[in-house]
Design a protein around this ligand. Structure first.
Ligand SMILES: C[S@@+](CC[C@H](N)C(=O)[O-])C[C@H]1O[C@@H](n2cnc3c(N)ncnc32)[C@H](O)[C@@H]1O
Length: 454
């Protein structure tokens, strides 16, 4: 049957719910239309942007009737800015949608009709929750400025005066770097023709320690006076580390070697009562308070007895493993980023934890060697990136037969696919699962799940 809509057609649609990824879901005689910028309860005029056999995509161009869940977005840059998608959706409805998405993924993809889902944990702070933000420089008639990509545009950066996801300190640091760039008449890098100089600014804050790290990313060459740039940032007593990276490639990346211009190589953050050193390229969950809630839940699900061998796979700077080490016999962490592993080793020392070891390596490749060295695990904790566990990782973990697998997920669809495999092929049962909202106003949802061996 042909799709009942055509590209560029305008339709009046009522949006029923939110799909995973953040688009509204509307139905035209049963045919699903995903509506960007449509919120549950809205009636919108939407222009069709893409037509597929089973569904279409559309952009809401006019809101004909505001749904009952719409609220006023506080940020002056909303909705042009690509950082937030749902500032105008009541927070309780954001939470309900995220919980429903996890249940839906576990049912539809995971094949678990009645998933043992616990109530979603709301964010403790709905705004100002991020401990790290990456800004792009862009040219304006007044000189270079700093901001985020305009929603849906890779080639346009929006000048940001106040971001509601960072703190007053984060906003002030960014604005002072913008003023410095203008005073120094340094040109922003142009992604289209690869001219200009200033590329990115990364600001990271240890939210429980009050320590900040600033990383400037430029094109090749030293075209600024280091001492003056350092002076500008040292006006903020929280700034403990000022780093500079050069990006000579066209790729828009910030994960680059850094030169310390002033201060420390790493800053510290405190999580669950432990101190963690964080280098510029090391992974740290970007919502400190909710990371603590995730780790507490992972610890609860792990139900450690003090005699357990725990594998912390995708361990980053060792956060989960070190939080668990207090209640385990031994902890063994694996992580692909050498910079993160260096931090994990330092963090074990910093906290005087001697029963945790960390290794650099790719998870699937490292498991055989790890089990030779560490023995079979009682508990395996996995915290993979959005792509989830590869088939090979699932098989290798399955063959190790841990009693419990604690799965920390940032993507319910890949969690569900992995759960299906672990349940269907490796003799596990999904015992408990709990979504947490780490990122209000965005489509992201975390889930902690416990799988036990039957
Ligand atoms: C979601 S983060 C979790 C980090 C840590 N558990 C935490 O809570 O901070 C995922 C981590 O997996 C690492 N990683 C990605 N792919 C990997 C792989 N194939 N093998 C090992 N580590 C990997 C990333 O570098 C990143 O540090």
């Amino acid at each position: 049957m042909a799709a009942p809509v055509t590209k560029d057609q305008e339709l009046d649609l009522r949006v029923d719910s939110l799909a995973y990824g953040g688009n509204g879901v509307a139905r035209l005689n049963g045919f699903v239309v995903f509506v960007r910028r449509g919120l549950p309860g809205d009636t919108v005029r939407a222009r069709v942007t893409k037509v597929k056999r089973n569904h279409a995509e559309a952009l809401a161009v006019d809101i004909l009737e505001r749904g009952p869940n719409r609220v006023d977005a506080p940020c002056a840059h909303y909705p042009s800015c690509g950082g937030c998608r749902f500032q105008d959706l009541a927070y309780e409805v954001q939470l309900e949608s995220k919980a429903a998405q996890v249940a839906d993924a576990l049912g539809r993809i995971g094949g678990i009709a009645d998933a043992p889902l616990e109530e979603i944990v709301p964010a403790e702070q709905v705004f100002h929750y991020r401990n790290k933000l990456e800004y792009s420089f862009t040219a304006t008639p007044a000189g270079a400025t700093l901001g985020f990509h305009r929603a849906g545009r890779w080639d346009e950066v929006l000048d940001i005066e106040r971001c509601w996801l960072t703190t007053d300190l984060g906003n002030a640091i960014r604005n002072s770097v913008r003023d410095w760039a203008r005073e120094e008449r340094l040109p922003a890098y142009d992604q289209a023709d690869h001219t200009g100089y200033l590329r990115h600014l990364v600001v990271r804050e240890g939210r429980n320690t009050g320590q900040a790290l600033v990383q400037l990313v430029t094109a090749a060459g030293e075209r600024f006076e280091r001492a003056h740039f350092v002076d500008v940032l040292r006006r903020f007593p929280a700034v403990r580390a000022i780093h500079w990276s050069v990006n000579e490639t066209p790729a828009e990346v910030t994960n680059l070697p850094t030169t310390v211009l002033w201060g420390e190589e790493a800053i510290e953050e405190e999580l669950c009562g432990l101190r963690f050193r964080v280098r510029p390229n090391a992974f740290l969950q970007t919502n400190t308070r909710m990371a603590e809630r995730v780790y507490e839940l992972a610890l609860e699900y792990a139900a450690l007895t003090g005699k357990d061998t725990v594998y912390d796979l995708f361990c980053g700077i060792g956060t989960i493993g070190l939080v668990m080490a207090r209640d385990a016999l031994t902890v063994w962490g694996v992580e692909v980023s050498e910079e993160s592993v260096a931090c994990a080793l330092e963090n074990a020392d910093l906290n005087e934890i001697s029963n945790a070891a960390f290794f650099a390596g790719e998870v699937a490749q490292s498991l055989a060697e790890l089990s030779d060295r560490a023995g079979s695990p009682d508990v395996v904790v996995v915290d993979p990136p959005r792509a989830g566990l590869s088939g090979k990782s699932v098989r290798r973990i399955g063959r190790l037969e841990p009693d419990r697998i604690v799965y920390v997920s940032c993507n319910p669809t890949t969690l569900a696919a992995n759960v299906k495999e672990l349940v269907g092929e490796w003799g596990y049962r999904l015992e408990r699962a709990r979504p947490l909202d780490m990122f209000p106003h965005t489509p992201h949802v975390e889930t902690v799940a416990l799988l036990t061996r039957i």
